[in-house]
Design a protein around this ligand. Structure first.
Ligand code: KIV
Ligand code: NA
Length: 275
C-alpha cells in the first residue's frame, strides 16, 4: 500500500500518480488489481451511484457505508474518503468525530476537504491530530451554487494567483496532496511546480503530478454527463443494455433457462412424487 511519504517520493522522482474513484467492493477490487496508487471514495457518489443531481445531499453515513465496501474490495490500496457538504465548516468536534469514524469504522487512510480560506485552520487541526488530509482546489463541486455552475476556474491571472496562494496555505496546514479540478493546463503545471506536495489533477492538464478520474466516466457506465476533460476508456452502458434486452427476450420466449441451467429430479423420486 502507498503511504503519504511514498506519494511524495513519486512526485520527487517525477513518477505520475494514478487515482480513480470507487464506491463498491467489486469496483474497488478491479481498481486495486489495475495497480492504482490511490482510490478516492468521492462524494461524486451522489451523482454516479445514488442518482442525485449534485454532491449536496450526500451524508457522512453514505460516505462511510461506501468506504467500508471499497475497503472490503481493496485491502491493500490507499483510500481517501471525501468529507461531504457542510460536514467540516461549523463544529470542529463534529468534524473530528466524522474523521475518526471514516478512519476507524470505514477503514479509509485519509480524508479530503474542499476549499481553502476558513477550511485551512480545520485542516491544520486535523493533520496535527494525525489525520492525513488531501486538499481540493479549483472547481469544488460542493460550492457549485456559489461558483455559479460547473466551469473552468483560474482562467485569469488574479484567480490563478489566488489558487497558488490557496495551495501554499493548504501545504502549510499539512495536506499530503491536493486535487486540482478544472483549471487551465498552465495553472495545473504552475501549481505542481510551486508545491512540494503532489498535485493530482482532473481537468488540469498533463503536467500535474498525477491524475484522478471518476470510475463511471472512465467506463462509460451510467447516464451522467461526461465533461470535456474526461476520457472514457470503455463504453459499458450499451453493452449492459444489450445484455439486459437479451435476458428479457429469452425469458419471454422461454429460451432461458436452458436445460444446462436447470436442476433435474431422479426418475425414481419423480415416481414417488406423483404416486
Ligand atoms: O468526488 C469526486 O469524485 C472527486 C473527484 C472528482 C476529485 O472529488
Ligand atoms: Na468530491
Amino acid at each position: 500500500m502507498k503511504t503519504t511519504s511514498g506519494l511524495l517520493r513519486m512526485k520527487q522522482k517525477k513518477e505520475k500518480i494514478t487515482m480513480m474513484t470507487a464506491y463498491d467492493a467489486p469496483a474497488a477490487r478491479l481498481v486495486e488489481e489495475a495497480g492504482m496508487d490511490m482510490i478516492l471514495v468521492g462524494d461524486s457518489l451522489g451523482m454516479v451511484v445514488l442518482g442525485y443531481d449534485s454532491t449536496i445531499p450526500v451524508t457522512v453515513d453514505d460516505m462511510i457505508m461506501h468506504t467500508k465496501a471499497v475497503r472490503r474490495g481493496a485491502k491493500d490500496t490507499f483510500i481517501v474518503c471525501d468529507l461531504p457538504f457542510l460536514s467540516y465548516h461549523t463544529d470542529l468536534k463534529e468534524t473530528f468525530h466524522y474523521a475518526k469514524r471514516i478512519m476507524q469504522e470505514a477503514g479509509a487512510n485519509a480524508v479530503k476537504l474542499e476549499g481553502a480560506g476558513e477550511v485551512v485552520e480545520t485542516i491544520a487541526k486535523l493533520t496535527s491530530a494525525g489525520v492525513p488530509v488531501m486538499g481540493h482546489l479549483g472547481l469544488t463541486p460542493q460550492s457549485v451554487a456559489v461558483l455559479g455552475g460547473y466551469r473552468v476556474q483560474g482562467r485569469n491571472a488574479s484567480e490563478a494567483k489566488q489558487l497558488i496562494a490557496d495551495a501554499k496555505a493548504l501545504e502549510a496546514a499539512g495536506v499530503f496532496a491536493i486535487v486540482v479540478e478544472c483549471v487551465p493546463e498552465q495553472v495545473g503545471a504552475l501549481l505542481a511546480e510551486s508545491c512540494q506536495v503532489p498535485i493530482i489533477g482532473i481537468g488540469a492538464g498533463v503536467d500535474t503530478d498525477g491524475q484522478v478520474l471518476v470510475y463511471h466516466d472512465v467506463l462509460g457506465y451510467g447516464d451522467v454527463h461526461v465533461p470535456k476533460f474526461v476520457k472514457s476508456y470503455a463504453h459499458l452502458s450499451p453493452i449492459i443494455l444489450e445484455a439486459m434486452k437479451s435476458y428479457v427476450k429469452e425469458v419471454k420466449e422461454r429460451e432461458f433457462p436452458a436445460p444446462e441451467h436447470q436442476f433435474t429430479m431422479d426418475e425414481k423420486e419423480l415416481k414417488g412424487l406423483y404416486g
